[in-house]
Design a protein around this ligand. Structure first.
Ligand code: GLV
Ligand code: MN
Ligand code: MN
Ligand code: MN
Length: 438
């Protein structure tokens, strides 16, 4: 039928990706686009430019845009009937400090490409369709990932999000939203901006599709994770005069904790990672008396994350007190005890996507790939968090993954082949059209 024959325009999609990537590279407009990285932290000037492009482009395509109190930007194209909430396509335009051109960006630009295909072909959908750009999905600048879809879903209080301070600097989300003109007046809530469904196209960010030689991942859910800040307190002392037994070295102690959390996670089929570490006072010749570091714990099941968290709490207390939890303690001279405190910053429980959306994606993938589909499509869960986690708390949701080179993401070398970007966008378009007709 006609709708099945609608095709995304690969060249136009790639142009949009690279066009939006002029903001956040330091590369000047007019210079040849490269396939390399992005640094577009949430609510930066570059993010504002990309947001302005999103608003201007979607409005020119006949959408009405709404900006909510978290800066989430919803563009809606009316349907034949408007008595049901729109089916949304969503992702994010912010990136990691050393990010790539596909994580998040592909999902938003594929949504815009969907709008262009519908407009070009004069398609009227049964119900409205929309594209949403979620704020600060990365959690890189403001350290809660998916924070703005979390507020929309009612899982994170608006105040918590507005008061969230940037990792390096004094600005808050509220002050930066207001500075760039994206502190919208519409409440950030699924009741004021309801969704009929949420579909998200994303690069896999891992190696599974590429290794299995598959083209499309039908995503059935997302693993659980928990973010902690660990603070170790010892004593500032002189590095040249303080013997090892008289030191309370907060950094040495923190290092043992990082290593130990890695060992615990490995033994429990989980992951534990530290990405931020701050040592004070930060002087070559002072033994650091205070260290804080981030800990990101992930596993497929909530119980595994909870269990690992308990083990980490218990063992970090022992490590701080100077007990031999670690093999390396045997060869370390024990110093004075430190203290440790842990704050729980954020939890993302394991998510299972709605079977209606999962089957819409699966059916769309099979229709798009035709006879080769059985070799090219695979069901999988996501190791990374996505705004679809929170969307799924309020409406049927699922995701489409496409392979990325060597599974590399959160890195300027992140790369997704043009034909894979377009194939994913095609499956996205067909998923939305199928869901519209359900
Ligand atoms: C969210 O982007 C996460 O997986 O950290
Ligand atoms: Mn992403
Ligand atoms: Mn990311
Ligand atoms: Mn993510």
């Amino acid at each position: 039928e006609l709708l099945g024959s609608l095709k995304v325009n690969q060249g136009r999609l790639m142009e949009d990706i690279h066009h939006t990537c002029q903001w956040g590279t330091g590369q000047r407009w007019g210079e040849k686009p490269t396939e390399t990285g992005m640094s577009r932290l949430a609510l930066s000037d570059a993010d504002k430019e990309a947001r302005d492009w999103f608003v201007k482009t979607t409005e020119a395509l006949g959408c009405q845009t709404t900006i909510d109190a978290m800066g989430n930007t919803f563009a809606v194209r009316p349907g034949l009937r408007n008595d049901k909430p729109p089916t949304f396509v969503g992702s994010h335009l912010d990136t990691q400090p050393t990010g790539g051109r596909y994580d998040g960006i592909l999902g938003v630009t594929a949504g815009v490409e969907m709008l262009k295909v519908l407009a070009d072909n004069w398609v009227e959908t049964e119900y409205p369709v929309g594209v949403v750009n979620w704020t600060n999905e990365e959690g890189a600048r403001f350290p809660i990932s998916m924070v703005a879809s979390g507020v929309w879903a009612g899982s994170i209080p608006l105040e918590t999000a507005h008061n969230l301070r940037e990792v390096r600097g004094p600005a808050t989300m509220a002050s930066e939203l207001s500075r760039i003109g994206y502190l919208g007046s519409t409440p950030s809530s699924h009741t004021s901006i309801p969704m009929g469904a949420h579909f998200e196209l994303h690069i896999e960010q891992g190696p599974l599709l590429e290794l299995a030689n598959k083209k499309i991942g039908v995503v059935t859910g997302v693993q659980a994770y928990k973010w902690l800040t660990v603070t170790v307190k010892g004593r500032d002392t002189h590095t040249g005069t303080t013997d090892l037994k008289s030191r309370a070295d907060a950094l040495l102690t923190a290092s043992k904790m990082v290593l130990h959390s890695h060992k615990l996670a490995t033994a429990n089929n989980a992951l534990a990672s530290t990405g931020i570490i701050n040592a004070f006072p930060g002087s070559t010749n002072t033994v650091p008396g205070e260290v804080s570091f981030s800990l990101d714990i992930r596993a497929p099941q909530d119980e595994t994350v909870a269990r690992l968290y308990q083990m980490v709490r218990n063992d970090f207390a022992k490590i701080a007190a100077g007990h031999d939890v670690l093999a390396c303690n045997a060869s370390c001279t024990p110093g004075l005890p430190c203290s440790v405190s842990i704050t729980e910053d954020f939890d993302s429980p394991a998510t299972t996507f709605h079977s209606d959306c999962v089957s819409a994606v699966s059916t769309a993938a099979h229709a798009v790939l035709g006879s080769g589909a059985h070799n090219q499509v695979m069901q999988m869960t996501s190791g990374a968090g996505h705004d679809s986690v929170y969307a799924s708390k309020r409406c049927p949701t699922s995701m489409i993954f496409v392979p990325c080179r060597e599974g590399v993401s959160h890195n300027p070398a992140e790369f997704c082949k043009e034909e894979d970007c377009a194939l994913g966008a095609q499956v996205l378009l067909q998923s939305v059209l199928r869901f519209d007709r359900l």
